[in-house]
Write a protein that binds this ligand. Structure first.
Ligand code: RIB
Ligand code: CA
Length: 322
């Protein structure tokens, strides 16, 4: 695909097994050019999430995609949830052996990288945040002018028509930093939110994992092994086995727009009420006069998603920076 046709992307993440799979998928997508990867505290501390992003990209041969370390804590609340450790392990990427990074993490702070890259880009850039939204919100506060350089923001977070994974109303990413989520949702940017409603259906069954493992190549095998650990973590924490590859859905919709169906509705994040802080509230029945401000996911083609991941993991890494 020609340079001009590729979607320019900054991935902001907290690897985390599903973030790692999202990075692998994006690195193999012909139509995506990753301008950089920024790490945030979430599934583990930011030292670990940055190191994990670097590890998985080096493992995938994507040593020319740079990683930047971001915010070490949420905007206002220091509610570092241990659920991240329970599912993703002490260092955020438990399970398979993935060597230490060979490429250095960049000195520039992630928030400054986001601001400087957007300001310098001739084309609009798509932001793909798959962890707490602290880095993105900080960038908007520091440099509101960058919003005009954003094509859209494709977020993993929230739950609308189903229970959360922190409690009945809260999902992990928005729960960890409610104020950041509120700042981003009210930014005026074009926002797509992939909620648990579809990401819990972006699920690999055991037979799908064996399909990946049987492909035998380096990325397919490591993705299968990451899924093994992720599924066990879910079973240990939630007492049911599932492998919902939440974050990779945000990349999947860039590869195939038809992967997920959305509703254009009004949505916002609860922050004043301690009981529900972080909850995504949406006017899904259009009963208020509030103007729609975001696209919230409703349906996903799960088999298309599974095939997409299996097909992409077999592909070699082709640098898009030359
Ligand atoms: O609730 C799921 C989200 O929380 C995913 O992004 C997962 O990686 C964790 O960050
Ligand atoms: Ca994540």
């Amino acid at each position: 695909m020609g340079k001009e046709k590729r979607i320019k992307v900054i991935m902001d993440c907290d690897p985390g097994h599903d973030d790692a799979i999202a990075l692998l998928l994006a690195s193999r997508a012909d139509n995506i050019q990753i301008l950089g990867v920024t790490a945030v505290q979430g599934n583990s501390g930011v030292e670990y999430t940055a190191r994990n992003a670097r590890r998985i990209l080096d493992y995938a041969g994507a040593t020319d995609i740079q990683v930047y370390k971001g915010c070490p804590r949420p905007m206002m609340r220091d509610q570092y949830r241990l659920t991240g450790i329970a599912i993703h392990g002490e260092d955020g990427l438990g399970g398979p052996y993935i060597p230490e990074p060979v490429t250095p993490i960049k000195e520039e702070h992630a928030v400054n990288f986001i601001i400087n890259t957007l300001r310098a880009s001739r084309e609009k850039v798509t932001l793909v945040p798959t962890g707490p939204l602290t880095n993105i919100a900080a960038a908007f506060i520091l440099a509101p002018d960058i919003k005009e350089k954003i094509e859209r923001i494709i977020i993993m977070g929230g739950a609308v028509r189903m229970e959360g994974n922190i409690n009945s109303s809260n999902e992990f990413n928005f729960f960890l930093d409610p104020e950041a989520a509120k700042i981003v949702l009210n930014s005026g940017c074009r926002i797509y939110i992939n909620t648990l409603d579809v990401t819990m259906k972006a699920e690999f069954k055991r037979e799908d994992v064996e399909r990946l493992r049987a492909q035998g190549d380096k990325l397919s095998v490591i993705t299968a092994e990451l899924m093994d650990f992720f599924g066990k973590g879910h079973e240990d924490l939630f007492n049911f086995f599932t492998i919902p590859v939440h974050d990779a859905v945000c990349v999947g919709v860039l590869i195939d727009e038809k992967l997920v169906e959305y509703d254009f509705v009004w949505g916002d994040i609860s922050i004043k009420d301690e009981l529900t802080a972080g909850e995504l509230v949406a006017d899904i029945w259009h009963l208020t006069d509030k103007q729609p401000n975001c696209y919230i996911s409703r349906k996903i083609d799960t088999q298309k998603f599974i095939n997409m991941i299996c097909d992409h993991m077999k592909k070699p890494y082709v640098s898009k920076y030359i």
